[in-house]
Design a protein around this ligand. Structure first.
Ligand SMILES: NC(=O)c1ccc[n+]([C@@H]2O[C@H](COP(=O)([O-])OP(=O)(O)OC[C@H]3O[C@@H](n4cnc5c(N)ncnc54)[C@H](OP(=O)(O)O)[C@@H]3O)[C@@H](O)[C@H]2O)c1
Length: 320
Protein backbone atom coordinates (compact mmCIF):
# COMPACT_ATOMS: atom_id res chain seq x y z
CA UNK A 1 0.00 0.00 0.00
CA UNK A 2 1.16 3.54 -0.70
CA UNK A 3 0.47 6.23 1.89
CA UNK A 4 -2.13 7.80 -0.44
CA UNK A 5 -3.72 4.54 -1.68
CA UNK A 6 -7.51 4.37 -1.41
CA UNK A 7 -8.06 1.94 1.48
CA UNK A 8 -11.50 0.67 2.45
CA UNK A 9 -11.92 -0.55 6.02
CA UNK A 10 -15.23 -2.43 5.96
CA UNK A 11 -16.53 -2.64 9.53
CA UNK A 12 -14.61 0.48 10.54
CA UNK A 13 -16.88 1.11 13.54
CA UNK A 14 -16.24 -2.33 15.01
CA UNK A 15 -13.58 -3.59 17.40
CA UNK A 16 -11.25 -4.93 14.70
CA UNK A 17 -11.96 -2.32 11.99
CA UNK A 18 -11.62 0.73 14.25
CA UNK A 19 -8.20 -0.52 15.35
CA UNK A 20 -7.17 -0.89 11.68
CA UNK A 21 -8.22 2.74 11.07
CA UNK A 22 -6.20 3.95 14.12
CA UNK A 23 -3.19 1.93 13.04
CA UNK A 24 -3.36 3.05 9.38
CA UNK A 25 -3.57 6.70 10.47
CA UNK A 26 -0.67 6.31 12.89
CA UNK A 27 1.44 4.88 10.04
CA UNK A 28 0.64 7.87 7.80
CA UNK A 29 -2.01 6.46 5.44
CA UNK A 30 -4.25 9.34 4.40
CA UNK A 31 -6.97 8.05 2.12
CA UNK A 32 -9.13 5.77 4.26
CA UNK A 33 -12.79 4.97 3.58
CA UNK A 34 -14.78 4.07 6.70
CA UNK A 35 -18.44 3.57 5.76
CA UNK A 36 -20.90 2.36 8.37
CA UNK A 37 -23.43 -0.40 7.59
CA UNK A 38 -26.01 2.37 7.12
CA UNK A 39 -23.88 3.99 4.42
CA UNK A 40 -23.32 0.68 2.62
CA UNK A 41 -25.12 -2.47 3.65
CA UNK A 42 -22.76 -5.17 2.44
CA UNK A 43 -25.55 -7.76 2.57
CA UNK A 44 -27.02 -5.98 -0.42
CA UNK A 45 -25.40 -6.97 -3.68
CA UNK A 46 -26.72 -3.80 -5.33
CA UNK A 47 -25.38 -1.51 -2.59
CA UNK A 48 -22.00 -3.29 -2.53
CA UNK A 49 -21.60 -3.06 -6.30
CA UNK A 50 -22.58 0.62 -6.31
CA UNK A 51 -20.16 1.46 -3.49
CA UNK A 52 -17.19 -0.34 -5.06
CA UNK A 53 -17.92 1.11 -8.53
CA UNK A 54 -18.17 4.63 -7.10
CA UNK A 55 -15.30 4.66 -4.58
CA UNK A 56 -12.85 2.34 -6.38
CA UNK A 57 -10.88 1.22 -3.32
CA UNK A 58 -7.40 -0.13 -4.08
CA UNK A 59 -7.09 -2.12 -0.84
CA UNK A 60 -9.80 -3.63 1.37
CA UNK A 61 -9.68 -4.71 5.02
CA UNK A 62 -12.71 -7.00 5.36
CA UNK A 63 -13.59 -6.47 9.04
CA UNK A 64 -17.37 -6.25 8.48
CA UNK A 65 -19.25 -9.25 9.81
CA UNK A 66 -21.94 -10.43 12.16
CA UNK A 67 -19.95 -11.31 15.26
CA UNK A 68 -20.88 -12.61 18.70
CA UNK A 69 -20.07 -14.90 21.59
CA UNK A 70 -21.10 -18.51 22.06
CA UNK A 71 -24.71 -17.78 23.03
CA UNK A 72 -25.41 -15.46 20.09
CA UNK A 73 -23.75 -17.87 17.65
CA UNK A 74 -25.80 -20.77 18.94
CA UNK A 75 -29.12 -18.88 19.04
CA UNK A 76 -29.04 -16.85 15.81
CA UNK A 77 -27.57 -19.62 13.66
CA UNK A 78 -29.41 -18.64 10.47
CA UNK A 79 -28.49 -14.95 10.76
CA UNK A 80 -24.83 -15.80 11.36
CA UNK A 81 -24.46 -18.01 8.29
CA UNK A 82 -26.63 -15.92 5.97
CA UNK A 83 -25.15 -12.51 6.77
CA UNK A 84 -21.53 -13.60 6.85
CA UNK A 85 -21.74 -15.67 3.69
CA UNK A 86 -23.47 -12.85 1.83
CA UNK A 87 -21.11 -10.11 3.02
CA UNK A 88 -18.07 -12.23 2.11
CA UNK A 89 -19.43 -13.11 -1.34
CA UNK A 90 -20.38 -9.55 -2.16
CA UNK A 91 -17.14 -7.94 -0.99
CA UNK A 92 -14.82 -10.50 -2.56
CA UNK A 93 -16.75 -10.51 -5.85
CA UNK A 94 -16.96 -6.73 -6.27
CA UNK A 95 -13.35 -6.33 -5.12
CA UNK A 96 -12.44 -8.55 -8.05
CA UNK A 97 -14.84 -6.79 -10.45
CA UNK A 98 -13.47 -3.34 -9.63
CA UNK A 99 -9.79 -4.31 -9.65
CA UNK A 100 -8.93 -4.14 -5.95
CA UNK A 101 -5.18 -4.74 -5.65
CA UNK A 102 -5.18 -6.30 -2.19
CA UNK A 103 -7.85 -7.60 0.16
CA UNK A 104 -7.47 -8.93 3.68
CA UNK A 105 -10.19 -11.26 4.95
CA UNK A 106 -10.62 -12.09 8.63
CA UNK A 107 -11.18 -15.72 9.61
CA UNK A 108 -11.03 -16.76 13.25
CA UNK A 109 -9.36 -19.37 15.45
CA UNK A 110 -12.85 -20.60 16.40
CA UNK A 111 -13.38 -22.03 12.91
CA UNK A 112 -10.71 -24.70 13.29
CA UNK A 113 -11.92 -28.24 14.17
CA UNK A 114 -13.09 -28.74 17.74
CA UNK A 115 -10.40 -31.33 18.53
CA UNK A 116 -7.56 -29.89 16.43
CA UNK A 117 -4.08 -30.75 17.67
CA UNK A 118 -2.67 -27.92 19.81
CA UNK A 119 -1.12 -25.54 19.00
CA UNK A 120 -3.31 -25.37 15.90
CA UNK A 121 -1.41 -25.13 12.63
CA UNK A 122 -2.87 -23.50 9.54
CA UNK A 123 -3.22 -26.89 7.80
CA UNK A 124 -5.69 -28.10 10.46
CA UNK A 125 -8.56 -26.23 8.77
CA UNK A 126 -11.31 -28.63 7.61
CA UNK A 127 -9.44 -31.62 9.03
CA UNK A 128 -12.03 -32.68 11.61
CA UNK A 129 -15.35 -32.30 13.39
CA UNK A 130 -16.49 -28.74 14.03
CA UNK A 131 -17.65 -27.14 17.29
CA UNK A 132 -21.48 -27.40 17.01
CA UNK A 133 -22.33 -24.12 18.76
CA UNK A 134 -20.75 -21.93 16.08
CA UNK A 135 -20.78 -24.19 13.04
CA UNK A 136 -22.91 -21.83 10.87
CA UNK A 137 -20.54 -18.92 11.57
CA UNK A 138 -17.50 -21.14 11.02
CA UNK A 139 -18.76 -22.43 7.68
CA UNK A 140 -19.42 -18.90 6.45
CA UNK A 141 -15.90 -17.85 7.47
CA UNK A 142 -14.34 -20.93 5.86
CA UNK A 143 -16.27 -20.05 2.71
CA UNK A 144 -14.82 -16.55 2.89
CA UNK A 145 -11.29 -17.97 2.92
CA UNK A 146 -12.19 -20.32 0.08
CA UNK A 147 -13.63 -17.38 -1.90
CA UNK A 148 -10.34 -15.50 -1.58
CA UNK A 149 -8.31 -18.55 -2.59
CA UNK A 150 -10.63 -19.37 -5.52
CA UNK A 151 -10.57 -15.83 -6.93
CA UNK A 152 -6.77 -15.81 -6.56
CA UNK A 153 -6.49 -19.07 -8.49
CA UNK A 154 -9.01 -18.24 -11.21
CA UNK A 155 -8.48 -14.49 -11.61
CA UNK A 156 -4.96 -13.94 -10.22
CA UNK A 157 -6.23 -11.56 -7.54
CA UNK A 158 -4.24 -10.99 -4.34
CA UNK A 159 -6.78 -11.67 -1.60
CA UNK A 160 -5.25 -12.80 1.70
CA UNK A 161 -6.75 -14.14 4.92
CA UNK A 162 -5.71 -14.12 8.56
CA UNK A 163 -6.97 -16.20 11.48
CA UNK A 164 -7.02 -14.07 14.61
CA UNK A 165 -7.32 -15.58 18.09
CA UNK A 166 -9.89 -13.99 20.46
CA UNK A 167 -9.67 -10.22 20.00
CA UNK A 168 -10.32 -7.61 22.71
CA UNK A 169 -9.67 -3.92 23.22
CA UNK A 170 -10.91 -0.39 22.64
CA UNK A 171 -14.37 -0.29 21.03
CA UNK A 172 -15.31 -3.80 22.16
CA UNK A 173 -18.92 -4.95 22.46
CA UNK A 174 -20.07 -5.07 26.11
CA UNK A 175 -23.63 -6.22 25.41
CA UNK A 176 -24.02 -9.35 27.55
CA UNK A 177 -26.39 -10.99 25.06
CA UNK A 178 -23.85 -11.15 22.25
CA UNK A 179 -20.43 -10.12 23.58
CA UNK A 180 -17.30 -12.24 23.81
CA UNK A 181 -15.99 -13.52 27.11
CA UNK A 182 -13.42 -10.82 27.94
CA UNK A 183 -15.65 -7.72 27.60
CA UNK A 184 -18.47 -9.65 29.32
CA UNK A 185 -16.22 -10.26 32.34
CA UNK A 186 -15.17 -6.59 32.43
CA UNK A 187 -18.79 -5.49 32.44
CA UNK A 188 -19.95 -8.04 35.02
CA UNK A 189 -17.14 -7.31 37.51
CA UNK A 190 -17.45 -3.55 36.99
CA UNK A 191 -21.21 -3.52 37.58
CA UNK A 192 -20.89 -5.74 40.64
CA UNK A 193 -18.23 -3.44 42.07
CA UNK A 194 -20.13 -0.18 41.52
CA UNK A 195 -23.43 -1.80 42.62
CA UNK A 196 -21.87 -3.25 45.82
CA UNK A 197 -22.97 -6.75 44.78
CA UNK A 198 -20.80 -9.44 46.35
CA UNK A 199 -21.39 -12.29 43.87
CA UNK A 200 -20.77 -12.54 40.14
CA UNK A 201 -22.03 -15.49 38.08
CA UNK A 202 -19.96 -16.44 35.04
CA UNK A 203 -20.90 -18.86 32.25
CA UNK A 204 -19.41 -22.33 31.93
CA UNK A 205 -16.88 -24.16 34.07
CA UNK A 206 -14.04 -21.63 33.73
CA UNK A 207 -11.81 -24.45 32.45
CA UNK A 208 -11.65 -23.70 28.70
CA UNK A 209 -8.44 -22.01 27.64
CA UNK A 210 -8.32 -19.12 25.19
CA UNK A 211 -5.64 -17.15 23.39
CA UNK A 212 -6.22 -13.38 23.30
CA UNK A 213 -4.85 -10.64 21.08
CA UNK A 214 -5.19 -6.92 21.63
CA UNK A 215 -7.09 -5.27 18.74
CA UNK A 216 -4.31 -2.75 18.04
CA UNK A 217 -1.75 -5.57 17.78
CA UNK A 218 -4.07 -7.42 15.38
CA UNK A 219 -4.41 -4.25 13.27
CA UNK A 220 -0.64 -3.96 13.07
CA UNK A 221 -0.45 -7.62 11.97
CA UNK A 222 -3.18 -7.09 9.37
CA UNK A 223 -1.32 -4.16 7.79
CA UNK A 224 1.92 -6.17 7.94
CA UNK A 225 0.29 -9.09 6.08
CA UNK A 226 -1.37 -6.79 3.52
CA UNK A 227 2.04 -5.23 2.79
CA UNK A 228 4.02 -8.48 2.63
CA UNK A 229 5.78 -9.19 -0.61
CA UNK A 230 3.69 -11.75 -2.54
CA UNK A 231 6.60 -14.09 -3.33
CA UNK A 232 7.94 -13.93 0.21
CA UNK A 233 4.48 -14.77 1.56
CA UNK A 234 3.97 -17.64 -0.91
CA UNK A 235 7.38 -19.09 -0.06
CA UNK A 236 6.59 -19.24 3.66
CA UNK A 237 2.85 -19.85 3.76
CA UNK A 238 1.42 -22.88 1.95
CA UNK A 239 -2.13 -22.30 3.21
CA UNK A 240 -4.50 -19.50 2.08
CA UNK A 241 -4.64 -18.12 5.65
CA UNK A 242 -2.16 -17.17 8.40
CA UNK A 243 -2.65 -17.48 12.16
CA UNK A 244 -2.36 -14.27 14.20
CA UNK A 245 -2.19 -14.55 17.96
CA UNK A 246 0.08 -14.10 20.94
CA UNK A 247 1.10 -17.78 21.05
CA UNK A 248 -0.06 -18.33 24.67
CA UNK A 249 -3.40 -19.19 26.20
CA UNK A 250 -4.96 -18.83 29.65
CA UNK A 251 -8.00 -20.44 31.25
CA UNK A 252 -11.19 -18.40 31.61
CA UNK A 253 -10.74 -18.82 35.37
CA UNK A 254 -7.27 -17.23 35.18
CA UNK A 255 -8.67 -14.49 32.97
CA UNK A 256 -11.43 -13.80 35.49
CA UNK A 257 -8.83 -13.50 38.28
CA UNK A 258 -6.82 -10.94 36.27
CA UNK A 259 -9.90 -8.85 35.40
CA UNK A 260 -11.30 -9.05 38.93
CA UNK A 261 -7.97 -7.76 40.24
CA UNK A 262 -7.72 -4.89 37.72
CA UNK A 263 -11.29 -3.76 38.46
CA UNK A 264 -10.98 -4.26 42.21
CA UNK A 265 -13.96 -6.60 42.74
CA UNK A 266 -13.53 -8.46 46.03
CA UNK A 267 -16.65 -10.67 46.03
CA UNK A 268 -17.28 -14.27 45.10
CA UNK A 269 -17.31 -15.82 41.59
CA UNK A 270 -19.93 -18.50 40.85
CA UNK A 271 -19.42 -20.69 37.77
CA UNK A 272 -22.71 -21.59 36.02
CA UNK A 273 -21.82 -24.92 34.44
CA UNK A 274 -25.30 -25.23 32.90
CA UNK A 275 -24.00 -22.83 30.20
CA UNK A 276 -21.86 -24.36 27.40
CA UNK A 277 -18.07 -24.19 27.53
CA UNK A 278 -17.48 -24.39 23.77
CA UNK A 279 -14.17 -25.77 22.53
CA UNK A 280 -11.88 -26.56 25.49
CA UNK A 281 -8.72 -25.19 23.91
CA UNK A 282 -7.79 -23.30 20.76
CA UNK A 283 -4.23 -22.16 21.00
CA UNK A 284 -2.77 -21.42 17.60
CA UNK A 285 0.67 -22.08 16.21
CA UNK A 286 1.83 -18.60 15.22
CA UNK A 287 5.24 -19.63 13.87
CA UNK A 288 4.40 -18.77 10.22
CA UNK A 289 3.82 -15.09 11.00
CA UNK A 290 6.71 -15.09 13.45
CA UNK A 291 9.06 -16.35 10.73
CA UNK A 292 7.70 -13.73 8.34
CA UNK A 293 8.77 -11.10 10.91
CA UNK A 294 5.77 -10.13 13.05
CA UNK A 295 5.24 -10.60 16.81
CA UNK A 296 2.57 -9.20 19.14
CA UNK A 297 3.51 -6.39 21.55
CA UNK A 298 0.78 -6.02 24.18
CA UNK A 299 0.74 -8.27 27.24
CA UNK A 300 -2.74 -9.36 28.33
CA UNK A 301 -2.69 -7.44 31.62
CA UNK A 302 -1.62 -4.21 29.87
CA UNK A 303 -4.29 -4.68 27.20
CA UNK A 304 -7.03 -5.23 29.78
CA UNK A 305 -5.93 -2.17 31.79
CA UNK A 306 -6.15 -0.08 28.59
CA UNK A 307 -9.51 -1.59 27.64
CA UNK A 308 -10.96 -0.97 31.12
CA UNK A 309 -9.69 2.62 31.08
CA UNK A 310 -11.41 3.14 27.72
CA UNK A 311 -14.59 1.50 29.12
CA UNK A 312 -14.59 3.95 32.06
CA UNK A 313 -13.80 7.01 29.90
CA UNK A 314 -16.37 6.24 27.18
CA UNK A 315 -19.50 5.23 29.08
CA UNK A 316 -21.74 7.28 26.76
CA UNK A 317 -20.66 5.44 23.59
CA UNK A 318 -20.33 1.87 24.89
CA UNK A 319 -22.09 -0.94 23.03
CA UNK A 320 -24.12 -2.24 25.96
N1 LIG B 1 -13.82 -10.09 18.01
C1 LIG B 1 -13.12 -11.21 17.95
O1 LIG B 1 -12.76 -11.83 18.98
C2 LIG B 1 -12.68 -11.77 16.62
C3 LIG B 1 -11.86 -12.89 16.62
C4 LIG B 1 -11.46 -13.42 15.41
C5 LIG B 1 -11.89 -12.85 14.23
N2 LIG B 1 -12.69 -11.77 14.27
C6 LIG B 1 -13.15 -11.24 12.98
O2 LIG B 1 -12.92 -9.86 12.85
C7 LIG B 1 -13.96 -9.25 12.08
C8 LIG B 1 -14.55 -8.06 12.83
O3 LIG B 1 -15.01 -8.46 14.10
P1 LIG B 1 -15.29 -7.41 15.28
O4 LIG B 1 -15.05 -8.11 16.55
O5 LIG B 1 -14.62 -6.12 14.99
O6 LIG B 1 -16.88 -7.21 15.15
P2 LIG B 1 -17.75 -5.93 15.54
O7 LIG B 1 -17.08 -5.14 16.59
O8 LIG B 1 -19.12 -6.45 15.82
O9 LIG B 1 -17.77 -5.10 14.21
C9 LIG B 1 -18.37 -5.61 13.07
C10 LIG B 1 -18.55 -4.50 12.08
O10 LIG B 1 -19.16 -5.06 10.94
C11 LIG B 1 -20.02 -4.10 10.39
N3 LIG B 1 -21.13 -4.75 9.71
C12 LIG B 1 -21.94 -5.74 10.19
N4 LIG B 1 -22.89 -6.04 9.29
C13 LIG B 1 -22.67 -5.22 8.21
C14 LIG B 1 -23.33 -5.03 6.99
N5 LIG B 1 -24.41 -5.75 6.64
N6 LIG B 1 -22.83 -4.10 6.13
C15 LIG B 1 -21.76 -3.36 6.47
N7 LIG B 1 -21.10 -3.48 7.63
C16 LIG B 1 -21.56 -4.40 8.50
C17 LIG B 1 -20.57 -3.29 11.56
O11 LIG B 1 -20.81 -1.98 11.07
P3 LIG B 1 -21.75 -0.88 11.83
O12 LIG B 1 -21.17 -0.73 13.20
O13 LIG B 1 -21.59 0.34 11.00
O14 LIG B 1 -23.14 -1.44 11.86
C18 LIG B 1 -19.41 -3.35 12.56
O15 LIG B 1 -18.67 -2.17 12.52
C19 LIG B 1 -14.98 -10.35 11.81
O16 LIG B 1 -14.77 -10.87 10.54
C20 LIG B 1 -14.66 -11.40 12.83
O17 LIG B 1 -14.98 -12.70 12.39
C21 LIG B 1 -13.10 -11.20 15.43
Amino acid sequence: MQKNSIILVAGANGLVGSAVVRCLKSKGYTNILTPSSKEVNLISQVATEAYFSDKRPEYVFMAAAKVGGINANNTYRADFIYENLTIASNVVHYSHKTGVKGLLFYGSSCIYPKFAEQPIREDALLSGEMEPTNRPYALSKISGIELCDSYNRQYATDFRAIMPSNVYGIGDNFNLKNSHVLPALIRKFHEAKVGNINQVTLWGSGKPRREFIYADDLADAAIFVMNLDKEKLAAKSKQPHINVGCGEDISIMELATIIKGIIGFNGEVIWDSSMPDGTMRKLMDVSTLDELGWQHQTKIRTGIVQTYKWFLDNQEKLRL
